[in-house]
Each structure stands twice: as C-alpha cells, then as structure tokens.
Design a binder for this molecule. Structure first.
Ligand SMILES: Cc1cc2nc3c(=O)[nH]c(=O)nc-3n(C[C@H](O)[C@H](O)[C@H](O)COP(=O)(O)O)c2cc1C
Length: 184
C-alpha cells in the first residue's frame, strides 16, 4: 500500500535523440515533458551525442545520458520507460529501426519497445531528398503498422537551412498523451 505522504511516482519518458542539426534544442522537449509531470532520461545515438550539451542535459534531467551499452555487471542507469519519444529522428535511425537493426543502444531500445508494448512516438527531421528514398516511406509504413505514432514534420528543402522553426518538439508528447491515459 502507498504511504499517504509518499511522493507521487511520475511516469518515465525516454527521449531518444539522433544526429540532426536541431538535436541541440532537445532541452525544449525535456522541459515540456517535465512541465507535464514526466521524469525524463535521454538516450542519444553515438552520432547524436556530439550534437548535445551533455552537462546541461544531465543537470536538467538528473540522469546520465545513455548512448553506449552498459557492461554486463553495471547497474541500469535509467529506470524502465513508460513511453518513448524519438525526437528528432534521422532518416538513418528510422530506416534501421523499421528494418530491425539494433547496432546502437538507441536502436536496441526502440527495437525492443514494440515487443514490450511501450507507447512510442517518433518525430523525424529530415530533408525532402532523404524522404524521397523509397525505403523511407516503407519504413514509416512499417513503424505505423507496429503502432508507432508518427509526427507531422514536412521534410525541408535540401541545402536550404532546414526547418527548425517548424519542428514542433511537443508533438511527441501530444501523440503519446492518449496512449498513456488509456494505460492509466
Ligand atoms: C551537421 C549535420 C546535420 C545533420 N542533420 C541531419 C538531419 O537533420 N536529419 C537527418 O536525417 N540526418 C542528418 N544528418 C546526417 C546524420 O547525422 C547521419 O545520417 C548519421 O549517421 C545519423 O546517425 P544516427 O541515426 O545514428 O543518429 C546530419 C549530419 C550532420 C553532420
């Protein structure tokens, strides 16, 4: 039984960050999630890690950023995920995830999330030349079929400065909200 004065246990969100030009702004998503009473842990792809201010994120979340697999005896640095937001997601990670490739910790977590029935949302950030590749549409279809919620960002024109101003970080949270209330 829960103690009457025990602090409420917040749900835990993994924010998976890929190597996109806008990845350094992920603090916006972390803050938005914390304002909605989530605890947050960041998992970065190895390439994505280079785009992040590790110290600032670790201070903000209170958890180490995960990027590499832990060694066999090491404790798990993050609590288990109640939901996962992949934002921003690269062309590369979307395609590998859909294909079941698990060669980064981030992909390993995403590939397993389906079997573990963890609600997952992805907001890709890529250009129209990448999105034109036939594999990309097939990947989105496959992820949609797996129940992954897909963000609405329209790919930007290549070599034209990107679309950071149109990228809605909170969309991942909006997509996840109905799934989470259904589980509560
Ligand atoms: C400065 C820079 C910005 C990039 N921005 C993007 C991007 O916005 N979207 C994307 O799909 N790939 C982008 N890429 C390419 C990815 O970083 C590259 O495909 C990488 O292998 C992705 O790794 P990950 O999917 O493991 O994070 C960018 C690369 C660089 C160097």
């Amino acid at each position: 039984m829960t103690e009457p004065n025990a602090p409420e246990k917040k749900p835990f969100l993994y924010v998976v960050v890929c190597a996109c030009g806008i990845a350094g702004d992920v603090g916006k998503l972390i803050t938005a999630a914390q304002e909605r009473h989530w605890d947050v842990g960041v998992v970065a792809t190895p390439q994505g890690l280079g785009f992040l201010d590790t110290e600032a994120i670790e201070t903000r979340t209170g958890y180490p950023i995960r990027s590499a697999w832990r060694t066999p005896g090491e404790l798990r640095p993050l609590p288990p995920a109640d939901a996962i937001a992949v934002a921003p997601a690269t062309f590369n990670t979307v395609n590998k995830w859909a294909a079941g490739i698990s060669d980064t910790l981030a992909l390993g977590i995403l590939c397993e999330a389906y079997g573990m029935e963890i609600p997952t949302a992805v907001v890709p950030y890529l250009n129209a030349a990448q999105a034109a590749h036939p594999a990309y549409q097939q990947s989105l279809e496959r992820l949609r079929g797996m129940g992954v919620l897909i963000g609405s960002y329209e790919p930007h024109k290549p070599k034209a400065g990107g679309g950071a101003d149109r990228f809605r970080w909170e969309e991942a949270l909006e997509l996840l909200a109905p799934r989470l209330s259904a589980r509560a």
